[in-house]
Design a protein around this ligand. Structure first.
Ligand SMILES: NC(=O)c1ccc[n+]([C@@H]2O[C@H](COP(=O)([O-])OP(=O)(O)OC[C@H]3O[C@@H](n4cnc5c(N)ncnc54)[C@H](OP(=O)(O)O)[C@@H]3O)[C@@H](O)[C@H]2O)c1
Length: 301
């Protein structure tokens, strides 16, 4: 909706900058909340595409509240552990409520953790903890669930083993998983931010692919025959995650090895599959396939 003002926290980040840029392209005024001391060039990058900058201490409500005045939605794309996802987001939430902002989008952008028990995935538990506060606040909230960012398949998520020409999987080779390109997740979130009436949860997936289907896609893209590699059952994977957690706890790291393994394990579970999908909610959005993401990655090498 052209003319709206949207507050974006985390606009200097990977996803947040894409959301902010898309909002500006759609005619919205974007007020990017950046930390005091943010490097000049990072601020200039936001200003170049037309975002307004509000330099604030996100731990100080008296600075954040006035910066949110007049906005129709606050989008959080903050990333971090408890101090950020629970504490900083709570301060932001309180500030936007005080400023009279009617809508809030929390920094979730994940698998649908409402379908998982608490206590298994630390990073998702933090979001669950924040939701308990969010759901008590006098504000309408909408979470975007997008599965895994498709770009993770190019390296960070060890599913496609390019050198070995294998697709690694745990459990069931035919269990479909959700992948969404970051730009598509950002474009959908921008639409949600500009939509005055949205439900509590929205689910999107650019592609839903099983390990077996992924094998065909990566074979096609690379022109080389990839095969499946079954590492074991999900029970074994859970045990391995416990071992990895004990050996290298990395509690202060955002993505220690065991946390990445836990995300992957969750994706292989049948109840992780996002449904029903809200991909068609906004006409005009296009969905990038995993094939597209892998092709452009390989072309860039
Ligand atoms: N589903 C998936 O596969 C997937 C993958 C990756 C991320 N995500 C999710 O997407 C969201 C955004 O992640 P991202 O990768 O875009 O993160 P990112 O690039 O690391 O950006 C994080 C943003 O949060 C800000 N921030 C961090 N700590 C802060 C603090 N203490 N106070 C104020 N601002 C702080 C950063 O500001 P500075 O620039 O000042 O540091 C930056 O703007 C997160 O919810 C993340 O979990 C999902």
């Amino acid at each position: 909706m052209s003319g709206s003002t949207i507050v974006v926290a985390g606009a200097t980040g990977n996803l947040g900058s894409r959301i902010a840029r898309t909002l500006v392209e759609r005619g919205a005024t974007v007020r990017a909340l950046v930390r005091h001391g943010t490097a000049r060039d990072r601020i200039e990058r936001l200003q170049e595409f037309g975002a307004e900058i509000a330099s604030v201490d996100l731990n100080n409500a008296s600075e954040v509240t006035p910066a949110c005045a007049g906005a129709s939605c606050a989008v959080s794309a903050l990333s971090g552990l408890r101090d950020v996802i629970v504490e900083t987001q709570t301060l932001l939430l309180d500030a936007v409520v005080r400023a009279g902002v009617p809508r809030f989008i929390p920094s979730d952008y994940s698998i649908d953790f409402t379908r998982f028990p608490a206590g298994e995935n630390r990073n998702l538990d933090l979001r669950r903890e924040f939701h308990r506060r969010l759901d008590m606040a006098s504000i309408a909230a909408t979470t975007v669930f997008n599965g895994a960012f498709a770009e993770l398949l190019t390296g960070e998520m060890p599913l496609i083993l390019f050198k070995l020409k294998r697709v690694l999987y745990w459990g069931d080779a035919d269990q479909r998983m959700d992948f969404t390109a970051m730009d598509d997740a950002a474009a959908f979130t921008a639409s949600v931010a500009l939509d005055p009436s949205t439900p509590r949860f929205l689910r999107i997936a650019g592609n839903q692919l099983s390990a077996r289907e992924l094998t065909a896609v990566v074979s096609d893209v690379t022109g080389r025959q990839f095969r499946l590699l079954r590492a074991g059952g999900l029970g074994t994977y859970c045990q391995l995650i416990k071992v990895a957690h004990t050996v290298a706890p990395g509690e202060m790291e955002l993505y220690p090895a065991w946390q990445g393994m836990q995300y992957m394990c969750d994706m292989f579970r049948s109840h992780a599959k996002l449904e029903p999908l809200d991909n068609d909610r906004y006409p005009g959005l296009r969905w990038t396939t995993v094939q597209d993401v892998l092709s452009s990655h390989l072309a860039s090498l």
